[in-house]
Design a protein around this ligand. Structure first.
Ligand code: NAD
Length: 257
């Protein structure tokens, strides 16, 4: 079977764990050389070692997506190791659950910086390179929180909604450089961070709200990122795909009598 990303190099941010690590491993299995970028340097090293142990090619680069100098250094290291970078997955991000009235400026700035500004900065640095090299693919990771209302998510939802809006503009502006830009809005995904912090009651509430009745697996986001990064998605541009078991489609769900 042919590998979907053979001969390709991908940078994945926030790839030390969760969805980013699953995506890095999936891309490596499909033949890509990986730049595992994360502000958690030792975590990124661990994932790069796991990929190499499985026969893949990967380097770890410690990089905070909020810091332009670190992003310049990341791109330089990536080019030095693998040459042309064809795919960027802007996965780095973090959430918070806090009532609107208690959303202090520091929380607001942290959410906007780590999710929205980081995606902007990283995309701009890598897109300059992609434009010089004849094109590429950018996949942004937003959230169902950027599509629907919810409680306690004003700053996070604003950041993720901003990523969805920015995706459309990036797609239009970068099309002339043969760069496509798309976005995934994951629903609740079973990553260790969530498994370790959510109460059983909260997990049951999520199961009840999702038509498929379960959390998604990180690999189910990785599979969609793979599609958007592959030749199969050559004419898909500026789109946001909710990968959420039907959560955003559902609205009020009344049990069948
Ligand atoms: N898990 C879910 O249910 C879910 C749902 C919707 C959206 N998302 C989004 O998916 C993405 C991955 O989430 P996850 O659940 O795998 O989380 P995670 O916490 O397991 O992984 C996030 C990674 O991003 C890194 N990171 C955070 N800020 C960074 C920064 N400024 N620079 C570099 N690295 C940074 C962290 O170190 C971590 O390794 C995030 O953007 C998140 O908002 C997750």
């Amino acid at each position: 079977m042919s590998e979907k990303l053979a001969g390709t190099t991908a940078i994945i941010t926030g790839a030390a764990g969760g969805i980013g690590a699953a995506t890095a491993k999936r891309f490596a299995r499909e033949g890509a050389a990986l730049v595992v970028a994360d502000k958690d340097g030792p975590g990124a090293e661990r994932i790069a070692r796991e990929i190499a142990a499985g026969g893949g090619r990967a380097i770890a680069v410690p990089a905070d997506v909020c810091d332009p100098a670190q992003l310049d250094a990341m791109l330089a290291e990536a080019k030095g190791a693998f040459g042309r970078i064809r795919v960027l997955v802007n996965n780095a991000g973090q959430g918070v659950q806090v009532h609107f009235l208690e959303t202090m400026m520091e929380i607001w700035r942290t959410m906007i910086d780590n999710n929205l500004t980081g995606t902007f900065l990283c995309s701009q640095v890598v897109a300059h390179h992609m434009a010089q090299e004849g094109g590429g693919r950018i996949v942004n990771i937003a959230s169902h929180s950027g599509l629907l209302g919810s409680s306690g998510r004003a700053a996070y939802a604003a950041a993720k909604g901003g990523i969805i809006a920015m995706t459309r503009v990036m797609a239009v502006d970068l099309a002339e450089h043969n760069i496509t830009v798309n976005c995934i809005a994951p629903g609740p995904i079973d990553v260790p961070r969530i498994r370790n912090t959510q109460t059983e009651e909260r997990q049951k509430a999520w199961h009840a709200a999702v038509p498929l009745g379960r959390y998604g697996e990180p690999d189910e986001i990785a599979g969609v990122a793979l599609f958007l990064a592959s030749d199969d998605a050559g004419y898909v541009n500026g789109q946001t795909l909710a990968v959420d078991g039907g959560f955003t489609a559902a609205g009020l769900r009344v049990k069948r009598i």
